[in-house]
Design a protein. Sequence first.
Length: 262
Amino acid sequence: MRHNPVKRRLREGGIAIGTMMFEFNTTGIARIAAEAGAEFAVFDMEHTGWSIETIRMLMATSRAADLVPMVRVPALQYHFIARVLDVGAMGIVVPLVADATQARTIVDCAKYPPEGRRGVAFGVAHDDYQGGDLLAKIRQTNDEVMLLAQIETTEGLNHVDAIAAVDGIDALWIGQFDLTTSMGIPGQFDHLDFHAATRRVVDACRRHGKTAVLSSLDVPTLGRGPSDGYRMLVYLGDLWIYQQALRSGLMAVRESLAHPAD
């Protein structure tokens, strides 16, 4: 079974850098990202409409790359979490986590007994169709899976310390747009209240030995992440990265056409 180098690096106090996919559900996207240097990729089901069949293909092709594939499920429901893990995801991101009870439900759905209640199936996609000792596989799978809870509402913010305290939750990921909207300051990322909210999340992670996650398309912002307490950095997402690079290239072409070399 595969080890999770991202989880191990973060557990040892290191930094992990990856990306997120919303648009390009191709067989090569994970290998392209890995070749570019991404250590992990999060494939989104919440806002894309991607089905479990699409995720199954993306997980199968991701596992051929030197990259840890994760999935953001559309909602906190057992059948979403267990199924994406069974088809090969090595980590789960759950949106809109509001309290410790929901955080414990994530652990219950994602881990095998005695740590959780995930239905047991081996010799399938998530363990590369291999045989082996069942108890050893259960222990290793429980240890290697990575569980991320998103703090995206004022309710989640008010319970962030209790969420971070839940055993089995590895990281807290601030959902900037949802959180600022829930706070009544949509998109105002420079607002003092939002800065205070992010500090509450980072401080909760520090107190309970969890990783704080920072996602952004802005490179300087990500570069400042570790000094601000974030150790899992997500350069997102595929469509905006492509659009930004394309826009920059086309502007350069038009500039050269307007000012041809002598």
